[in-house]
Design a protein around this ligand. Structure first.
Ligand SMILES: [Zn+2]
Ligand SMILES: [Zn+2]
Length: 338
């Protein structure tokens, strides 16, 4: 249970009662996420999380109870669901912007033995897990779905040069994805050498340590002086949002992916936007369609997410897992096993 900033407690909770249309799943594996770490450390995402709550949102498991009125799924089925389900009938959903749904429901509770999937989520965002992948791989469907939505918004094309700021789990998933989309050159920027080494091992053509090197200069050098076709900010700080704008070529696209604290403002150079035809895009969360695609890509190993799980820990050590994530430079995602 998360009670507040850095206040995570292991408690006994009742097994949820299943109502009509709902499904109870025994969690077999969960993965930690940058969003979880951010909420744990800063705790400001009030819109999508009400405290105290069972924490975590990336999970996969086995169906143990199926509510009345459902013909699918079956008991014993390997399943993943959520972490969101749009309403399908608000103004945003009617425009196909399911990620911006006005009535979105969110599901927390990955770091637990059981999770109950709400009826709407069973209908719009629940998938059976193909047998060839592990529960932990299936749990990574959620962040990959967000990344697939992001790169579609950014419009990455064959032959593009792509600069990615941030070599955490989300930056690395962007790296794996844009390489599959045909990016010719990928440049990953971070402050931590250990993370940059992981990026290089996953195929980044170039890595830049922003603490030691002049990032703008280096990116220009490696893009024949123009700047990158696409720049992706995968950290969520105003300084790196602004840095992203400086790394794009004329006519390029900047995808501001990392969420900044509410009220954050950044400076944008109007000359660059007008005379340089810079496109600046945000991307928030994802849609049920992208969850489906993400699971398919993981299952086919089109995107191999296994290198991102750098350690496994038991559920009772969840507090320790977040300490490790807060301090370690080597961990990407920790697999949590109940
Ligand atoms: Zn996540
Ligand atoms: Zn809606």
């Amino acid at each position: 249970m998360l009670y507040g900033v850095k206040d995570l407690r292991v408690e006994d909770a009742a097994v949820p009662k299943v109502g009509a249309g709902e499904v109870l799943v025994r969690v077999k594996g969960a993965t930690t996420c940058g969003t979880d770490l951010k909420i744990f450390q800063r705790g400001y995402v009030e819109k999508i999380i009400k405290l105290p709550t069972i924490f975590g949102h990336e999970w996969a498991g086995e169906v143990v109870e199926v509510g009345e009125g459902l013909e699918w799924p079956r008991n014993g089925m390997r399943l993943r669901a959520g972490n969101s389900a749009p309403c399908l009938h608000c103004a945003m959903c009617q425009k196909g912007k399911y990620n911006l749904c006005e009535n979105m429901i969110w599901l927390w509770g990955a770091y637990a033995e059981y999770v109950k999937v709400p009826a709407r989520m069973v209908q719009v965002n629940t998938q059976e897990i193909p047998s060839q992948i592990s529960y932990l791989e299936a749990a990574i469907t959620e962040p990959l779905a967000c990344v697939l939505h992001g790169v579609e918004e950014a419009g990455v094309k064959l032959g593009d040069s792509v600069a990615i700021i941030g070599a955490g789990p989300i930056g690395l998933l962007h790296l794996l994805t844009v390489k599959k989309m045909g990016a010719k050159k990928t440049i990953v920027i971070d402050l931590v050498d250990e993370r940059l080494n992981v990026a290089a091992n996953l195929g980044a053509e170039e890595t830049i340590n922003g603490g030691r090197e002049d990032v703008v200069e280096k990116v220009r050098q490696s893009t024949a002086g123009y700047g990158a076709d696409v720049v992706i900010e995968a950290i969520g700080l105003p300084a790196t949002w602004e840095q992203a704008l400086k790394l794009a070529r004329k006519g390029g696209v900047v995808l501001e992916f990392g969420g900044c604290p509410p009220g954050t403002e950044i400076k944008v150079n109007a000359e660059q936007v007008h005379y340089g035809e810079l496109t600046v895009r945000g991307a928030f969360h994802t849609t049920p369609l992208h969850f489906r695609k993400a699971l398919d890509f993981i299952a086919s190993k089109t995107i191999d997410v296994r290198p991102l799980i750098t350690r496994e820990m038991r559920l009772e050590d969840i507090g320790k897992a977040f300490e490790v994530l807060s301090t370690s430079k080597n961990e990407i995602k920790i697999g949590i096993i109940p």
